[in-house]
Design a protein around this ligand. Structure first.
Ligand code: SF4
Length: 296
C-alpha cells in the first residue's frame, strides 16, 4: 500500500469493519432480490472470462440511468415484470433483456422518453438521459471501431478484467465522468458510471450519497470527513477516498466490492416499507445492529 490517505480512518476500519460486515451479512435480505442476484452474478461471469457485447453495455448504461433520481424498489419490480421489454431485440426480458441498439439509436429521444414514462420507469431526468444514451451509444461505437469492442476499450485502459489495476479503474471512472474528456459519457457522474460498469461485471463500489453518508466521520467514521447532504464537499476527492476504503474492505474480507457495497446500500436505502429503512438521511438508530460502532 502507498502513502496513507489522511481522509481515511484506517484504525476504525481495521478495528470494526469485519464485525460490521459480518452483522450486515446476517440480515442480508437483499440477497434474495432478483436484480441483485443478477448483477452479483455478472461480476462472477466477468471474473470467469465472459465478454460483454455492445448491447449488454447499452443495457448496463440504461439500468444505471433508470436507477437515478428515484426510489429503486418499485422500478426494479416493474423492470423484473417486463415493463421495458419493448426494447428487447430477441424476446429477452426483465434484467436479462438484450436491448435493440439499432432501435434505440434510431428512435427520437422524446419517443423513448414517452415509452419509459408510459412503462412508469421514468424519472425527472429521463429526457436528458435518453438524449445522452443515444450520444453515448455513438461513443461505444467509436470505441468498438478503435478497440474491436467496448470491452476492448476497457481492457486497454484498466489492464484487463481478470485482475484490473484498481488505480486504473478509478482513473477510467473519472475520465468517463469528466466533461472535458472525449470519452466522457453524457449525463453520468461518478456514481452512475460506477453503476454502469458494475452492470457489465466490473467489481466496483458505487460511491453515492448512501455510502458517503454512512462512511462519514459523523456515522461509521471510515472517512475523516463530514458528508454534506447537498453535495458541497462531495467532491471527486471524497469519492476517490471511498474507492480506497472499498479496496481495503475487499482485501480484508475477500468479498467483492459489489457485494460489500450492496450490503451498505441496502442498509442505507429508503424503502417502500419505511419500517425497514435504517441508516437513511433521518436514521432509524433504534433498529440499528451496528450502532455501537457509530458516532451518530
Ligand atoms: S446508529 Fe444510526 S446513524 Fe449510525 S449506522 Fe446505525 S442507523 Fe446509521
Amino acid at each position: 500500500m502507498g502513502a496513507e490517505n489522511k481522509n481515511i480512518n484506517y484504525e476504525r476500519i481495521n478495528k470494526y469493519a469485519d464485525t460490521i460486515i459480518s452483522r450486515l451479512y446476517e440480515r442480508y435480505e437483499v440477497r434474495n432480490n432478483e436484480e441483485i442476484i443478477v448483477f452479483l452474478n455478472r461480476v462472477e461471469e466477468r471474473k470467469n472470462g465472459k465478454n460483454f457485447s455492445l448491447a449488454e453495455h447499452v443495457r448496463g448504461m440504461l439500468f444505471s440511468f433508470l436507477s437515478s433520481q428515484t426510489k429503486w424498489e418499485d422500478k426494479s419490480r416493474k423492470i423484473s415484470e417486463g415493463a421495458i421489454d419493448f426494447l428487447s431485440s430477441d424476446g429477452s426480458s426483465g434484467f436479462n433483456i438484450i436491448p435493440n441498439v439499432e432501435l434505440i439509436s434510431k428512435m427520437p429521444a422524446v419517443d423513448l422518453m414517452r415509452k419509459f414514462r408510459k412503462a412508469k420507469c421514468g424519472n425527472k431526468q429521463i429526457y436528458i438521459q435518453m438524449h445522452a444514451l443515444k450520444d453515448n451509444i455513438d461513443t461505444f461505437m467509436r470505441w468498438e471501431r478503435d478497440h474491436k469492442s467496448v470491452d476492448g476499450f476497457f481492457e486497454k485502459k484498466i489492464g484487463g478484467f481478470i485482475s484490473p489495476d484498481p488505480k486504473k479503474v478509478v482513473e477510467i471512472v473519472k475520465i468517463l465522468a469528466d466533461s472535458d474528456n472525449e470519452d466522457k459519457l453524457w449525463a453520468m457522474g461518478i456514481p452512475l458510471v460506477c453503476e454502469y460498469l458494475r452492470n457489465v461485471g466490473v467489481d466496483l463500489p458505487k460511491p453515492d450519497r448512501h455510502i458517503l453518508r454512512i462512511f462519514s466521520v459523523d456515522r461509521l467514521g471510515f472517512l475523516n470527513k463530514q458528508f454534506i447532504e447537498k453535495g458541497e464537499n462531495n467532491s471527486i476527492r471524497l469519492e476517490s477516498d471511498v474507492f480506497e476504503v472499498f479496496d481495503i474492505l475487499n482485501e480484508k474480507t475477500k468479498k467483492t466490492r459489489v457485494d460489500i457495497d450492496v450490503l451498505f446500500w441496502d442498509y442505507c436505502a429508503d424503502k417502500e416499507d419505511t419500517s425497514k429503512a435504517i441508516c437513511t438521511k433521518q436514521p432509524n438508530c433504534k433498529q440499528c445492529i451496528i450502532s455501537e460502532f457509530c458516532e451518530y
